[in-house]
Design a protein around this ligand. Structure first.
Ligand SMILES: [Zn+2]
Length: 147
């Protein structure tokens, strides 16, 4: 569903931008005109001047970094690991190493199905080419201790 960009008021005499915000209550697009040079109306934050204090600025930053109990980075890492796990499961089925039932439900975001032997080879080569996190952590620790 696309939003309506223009609003005609005063019996067709005034054409102006329409507020692009969605009402929390009705789930419909706000029907107020947007403030000059802004995309939303005064009720939906067009007159906001942003966080004033350093503490409130940090609150905004934290709100963008965290979602629920974990950071966005932690969520992305977990999703990537689940995608990897699903691909390993695919590979096991292609190689005929298991006849276990498939994991049900939606697949993770970065999941690419592995359907043929060629896909298995590409997946394994890709995994081998990736830097190992345990090795890089060890290297970091060694450089920290030696310096
Ligand atoms: Zn509005």
């Amino acid at each position: 569903m696309s939003k309506i960009r223009e609003l005609v008021i005063a019996g067709g005499k005034i054409h102006c931008a329409r507020c692009q915000a969605m009402s929390k209550r009705t789930k419909l697009q706000c029907s107020a005109p947007a403030e000059r040079g802004k995309r939303v109306c005064r009720f939906h934050g067009a007159r906001s001047t942003g966080p004033k204090t350093e503490a409130s600025r940090l609150l905004v930053v934290r709100g963008k970094v965290k979602l629920g109990d974990e950071t966005r980075q932690a969520r992305a890492e977990r999703s990537n690991k689940f995608a990897e796990l699903a691909q390993i499961e695919d590979a096991l089925h292609v190689l005929g190493l298991t006849d276990a039932p498939r994991t049900r439900g939606p697949k993770p975001r970065n999941y690419r199905p592995i359907k043929s032997m060629q896909d298995v080879i590409q997946f394994v080569v890709g995994q081998l080419a990736r830097p190992c996190s345990a090795v890089s952590e060890l290297q970091e620790e060694i450089t920290r201790k030696t310096s």
